[in-house]
Structure formats: structure tokens, C-alpha cells
Write a protein that binds this ligand. Structure first.
Ligand SMILES: NC(=O)C1=CN([C@@H]2O[C@H](COP(=O)(O)OP(=O)(O)OC[C@H]3O[C@@H](n4cnc5c(N)ncnc54)[C@H](O)[C@@H]3O)[C@@H](O)[C@H]2O)C=CC1
Ligand SMILES: O=C(O)C(=O)COP(=O)(O)O
Length: 520
């Protein structure tokens, strides 16, 4: 099958797809006509924000089985047309939110302290301290418009700066706002006159188009600082330029221009307009998350597996609480199969907490994970029972009342082996919290090594020395202990695959009882 990638994603993402045998073409910067001509030949399409996947493109994409957006927002994809054509669209909804929130703080600080202009003055050979007199964030009122994923992260960060945080979001619950420490207001009119800083984190919709125009600017406090890392067109740039020219807006930080990708804006004449070309998601970390995960999800889609982040065609009962546990169950299933060295005969799955709302989806994901190493992973909610029968796996799925202090948890056992995982917080990362009944906390990476060995001083040093000699970098390590065992378990995330010889060498050096190399 062939996959077309039209905006740059990390090489690691491309390698995952090629590693699974897909033919991947990277054709960046295509014109709309080139895209229309190319797309019929492909089984999947991966884009970021630059490619416009219009209804025309979708109509031409006769062989397309899934569209992946390597980022958060799918407003460049005609999702309704995709739904009508039966094509699932998936994204990576938390991949870049921390980066976007940090970029927001960077712009807020840069605008308040005139950092780009001050830096330019030195580049131009001027030493001019009096020209630049900024403002502190401390004890200022920050108004956040849109208290979703990114707005929420900005609230947490702003509070660390000692800001008083207020917000406007008609769809945000009072309890979420109070958890974030944000005073929620019912109308924009109440917020605008009291804010020293304003930051915008709403989606681009008809309702939010020019949500900040001359009328809103006229209600703002003099000297306000505005930041927009959301989407171009939410702020009327011409109106903001007028208020900057009049000195009513002190400064602004803008990552998203209405004319994107054209670098044209009436704001460019102001030194105090800090402008960046849609860089919110441009960090190594965000791009690694986005590129790797979208590759996995698109591959899942092509293999008939559950894709956790499909934004259209999702059954309404597949709540977020369950969706988060789809990759968790796939991972646990895959680890269990690798620990047991093949397809286990018995697989029992226990779920506790809200994730237990859809056991069929969880068991399909778990079985998909178990079978994934064999390249036979077309398991869905509909065919999970038949698939288990076909592979001789006796499955047992149950709800447990004990979530062990976590919001939700899934535990799996296969032929005497055990693994449990939970997905805490907003980053949607799966944590293994128990393996072979050894309690630990680790977010598994692509390559991991697991050893069971006698608990004696110096063992970790021996492991590190051998892996170091072999050029294998350890990225994280977690040690699990059990009161009823003299052995300990170490789970090492490593940055490259260790050969069997290396694993055997380490196992011999620490007198390991069992050793596994895990590939996820
Ligand atoms: N600069 C960049 O590279 C990036 C920009 N973004 C943009 O950031 C923005 C926020 O993204 P997320 O937090 O992921 O979205 P989200 O969907 O989690 O949150 C959006 C929030 O806006 C609220 N909202 C909707 N209409 C509103 C209105 N009229 N007034 C006030 N609140 C309203 C919603 O209730 C929701 O809480 C989006 O515009 C997104 O496209 C996202 C990622 C990276
Ligand atoms: O994810 C988003 O919504 C973004 O705006 C980031 O877009 P990008 O992937 O950097 O083109």
C-alpha cells in the first residue's frame, strides 16, 4: 500500500511506515493541482497544516482509506467531505499542546519586555537601555479566551508567574475553570476592560472570526498586551494595528497571521509586534510526538486496527476516557506477547474506572497488540471474538472495582505473565505501572530491555557498562521490587535495538533469571 506525505514530518515517522512495508512518498510543497493529480494513487494521506485537503481532493482520493493530520487542528481538511466519502480522519491531539503553550508564554514575555526590538538594537550596534521599558507579568490580570487543552496549559504556566488568571469560554465548565485556578466570566464585555494581558486559544470558526475587532479593542484597558497562537483571522489585524498606532495596545505576540502563508500583515510596521511564522508546534519534541504517533495511527487504520484519535465516524459512546486506553491496551498486548515469546493461549483483561465503559474496544486493542508482532493485527470491535478464536486465544474481559488509586487502569494477564497500565494527565501518555507484578512507573519507548535479576549492589553499573560499550544509550530506567521476591525487575528504555548477543551478555553479567528485548 502507498502513503503520501505532503507536509514534513520527522524521519522516524516515515521509517515506522516504511518498516511496516508501506511505500511512502514525501512530496512537500505540492500545488493544489499536483495534489489532485497525485492523490488517487494512494491508500493514505498524511498532512500538517499547510496542505488543504479540500472536498475536491477527497473526491479524487478514490483509494484513500485514512487521512492523518500530524498535529492538532484539522481545519485544513474538509472533514465533512471525508466522512461522506467514508474516510476516517485522525490527528494527534496532544502532540504539540505543550509547545504551543510554551510559545504563548515566550511571546507574552517577549512582547511585554520588547525583546526582539531590544535585541535588534544591539545587532545594529546601539546600546540603548532607556528605549526599552517593559512590564512584569507578576500580579497582572491575564484573560484567556478558550480554556481547552492549550488554554489550560497556559493558565497553569501563567499562575506560576504570579498572574491573576481569568477566562472566557462559554463551553468550559465551572469545575474545570476552578481546577485550573481561573475565574470564569460569562461575557467578553466583562473581561476586556480588566485584562492587562489577553491570550487567545479558541478554534477558528464562524463564531470566532474577528472575535477581536475595533469594538472589542475599544473596550480593552490601555496598554494591554495581546497574544494569538491560535489561528489567523480571530484577531482583526488591521484593527489591532490601529490601536497599536494609537498607543492603546502596548505590544502583541502573533504566531498566526490571517494571510498565512503570506508574510503580510499591517502589524509588521510595529517594533512591538512580535511576529512568528506559525512556530507553535515547531519543536523537536512536538514534532517527534506528532510524526511518530500519526505514523502509528495511519498504519493502524490501514491494518484495520482501532485508531484512537479518529475525529469523524467515532461512535458517540467511545468517550475520551476509553479512547485514551486504546493505545495503552495495544501496548500492553504487544509487551505481553513479547514477554511470553508468542501468542498466549489465555488472555485476561481487567479494566477499572471510566476506561471500562467499552470493554469490546479495549479487548480488540489488546488482541491487536498481541497479534501485532506477527503482522496479523486486523482486529476491530466487530471481529475480536472471531479473531481470538482463529488464533487460539481464550479471552476473558472483566470490570474491576479496584483502580489502585488511578482514575482508570487496565491490567492484563497472559499465561501467568502480567502487565498493568494507566494514562494519567493531559499528555495521553501510557505509563506501565506494574509488570510481572513488580510495581514501577515507566513510559515505554520504542526499544526496551527488561531483566529479572538478584537484587545486589553494583548490578545497574554492570548493565550500564555493557550497554555503553555496545553504544546503546539508556534513555530512562525504572526498577520494580516485590516484597515477596529477592529478585528485582529493571525496565530500561534504550535508544536503539540491542542484539540478542548484547542482551545475553548483560544477562550473564548480572546473573539474570530472565531477560527480554521489547520492540514497540
Ligand atoms: N500555533 C500553533 O502551532 C498551534 C495552534 N493551535 C491552535 O490553538 C487553538 C487552541 O487549540 P486547543 O487548545 O487544542 O483547542 P481545544 O479545542 O482544546 O480548546 C478550544 C477551546 O476554545 C473554546 N471556545 C470555542 N469557541 C469559543 C468562543 N467563541 N469563545 C470562547 N471560547 C471558545 C472551546 O470551548 C474550547 O475549550 C486552536 O485554534 C488551534 O488551532 C493548536 C496547536 C498548535
Ligand atoms: O496542530 C496545530 O493545530 C498546529 O497549528 C500546528 O500546525 P503544524 O503541524 O505545525 O503545521
Amino acid at each position: 500500500m502507498k502513503i503520501l506525505v505532503t507536509d514534513k514530518i520527522v524521519d522516524e515517522g516515515i521509517a515506522i511506515l516504511r518498516g511496516k512495508g508501506y511505500e511512502v512518498d514525501t512530496r512537500y510543497g505540492m500545488t493544489p493541482d499536483e495534489l489532485l493529480a497525485a492523490v488517487p494513487a494512494y491508500d493514505a494521506l498524511i498532512v500538517r497544516s499547510a496542505t488543504c485537503v479540500t472536498a475536491e481532493v477527497i473526491e479524487a482520493a478514490k483509494n484513500c482509506k485514512i487521512i492523518g493530520r500530524a498535529g492538532v487542528t484539522c481545519d485544513n481538511i474538509d472533514v465533512d467531505a471525508a466522512t461522506a466519502a467514508g474516510i476516517p480522519v485522525c490527528n494527534v491531539p496532544t502532540s504539540n499542546i505543550v509547545s504551543a503553550a510554551e510559545h504563548t508564554m515566550a511571546l507574552m514575555l517577549a512582547a511585554a519586555r520588547e525583546i526582539p526590538a531590544a535585541s535588534n538594537s544591539l545587532h545594529e550596534g546601539r546600546w540603548s537601555r532607556d528605549e526599552f521599558m517593559g512590564h512584569e507579568l507578576f500580579e497582572k490580570t491575564l484573560a484567556i479566551f478558550g480554556l481547552g487543552r492549550i488554554g489550560g496549559l497556559v493558565a497553569e504556566r501563567a499562575r506560576a508567574f504570579g498572574m491573576r488568571v481569568i477566562g472566557y469560554d462559554p463551553y468550559c465548565s465551572v469545575s474545570r475553570a476552578s481546577q485550573l485556578g481561573v475565574a470564569l466570566y460569562d461575557s467578553m464585555d466583562e473581561v476586556l476592560p480588566v485584562a492587562d494581558f489577553i491570550t487567545v486559544h479558541v478554534p477558528r470558526t464562524e463564531e470566532t472570526h474577528h472575535m477581536f475587532s475595533a469594538e472589542e479593542f475599544s473596550k480593552m484597558k490601555d496598554g494591554v498586551v495581546l497574544v494569538n497562537t491560535a489561528r489567523g483571522g480571530i484577531i482583526d489585524e488591521a484593527a489591532m494595528a490601529d490601536f497599536m498606532a494609537a498607543g492603546r495596545v502596548f505590544a502583541c505576540g502573533v504566531d498566526m497571521l490571517e494571510a498565512e502563508p503570506a508574510p503580510e500583515t499591517p502589524l509588521s510596521e510595529f517594533d512591538r509586534a512580535v511576529l512568528t511564522p506559525h512556530l507553535g508546534a515547531n519543536t523537536e519534541e512536538a514534532q517527534a510526538r506528532a510524526g511518530v504517533n500519526i505514523a502509528r495511527y495511519v498504519a493502524n487504520g490501514l491494518e484495520g486496527l482501532v485508531v484512537p484519535t479518529v475525529i469523524n465516524m467515532v461512535s458517540s459512546d467511545l468517550a475520551d476516557a476509553v479512547a485514551n486506553y486504546i493505545p495503552a491496551c495495544q501496548m500492553c498486548g504487544s509487551v505481553l506477547a513479547q514477554l511470553s515469546g508468542g501468542i498466549p493461549k489465555n488472555l485476561s483483561i481487567m479494566a477499572a474506572g471510566p476506561c471500562a465503559n467499552d470493554l469490546q474496544v479495549l479487548s480488540a486493542s489488546a488482541l491487536g497488540g498481541v497479534l501485532s508482532r506477527q503482522g496479523q493485527a486486523s482486529v476491530s470491535s466487530e471481529n475480536v471474538d472471531a479473531s481470538a478464536r482463529r488464533h487460539g486465544v481464550k479471552m476473558d474481559v472483566s470490570v474491576s472495582a479496584d483502580s489502585r488509586g488511578y482514575d482508570s487502569i487496565v491490567s492484563m494477564e497472559a499465561d501467568g505473565l502480567e502487565i498493568s497500565a494507566t494514562v494519567p494527565g493531559s499528555l495521553h501518555e501510557t505509563h506501565i505501572v506494574s509488570i510481572l507484578r513488580y510495581r514501577l512507573d515507566v513510559v515505554p519507548a520504542d526499544y526496551a530491555l527488561v531483566f529479572l535479576y538478584p537484587d545486589e549492589p553494583g548490578q545497574i553499573g554492570r548493565i550500564g557498562t555493557i550497554l555503553g560499550e555496545e553504544g546503546i544509550n539508556i534513555s530512562t530506567m525504572a526498577i520494580g521490587k516485590r516484597t515477596d521476591c529477592k529478585e528485582v525487575l529493571v525496565f530500561l528504555n534504550v535508544e536503539s535495538e540491542a542484539s540478542k548477543d548484547v542482551v545475553d551478555r548483560v544477562a550473564a553479567a548480572i546473573d539474570a533469571n530472565r531477560a527480554w528485548s521489547i520492540r514497540l
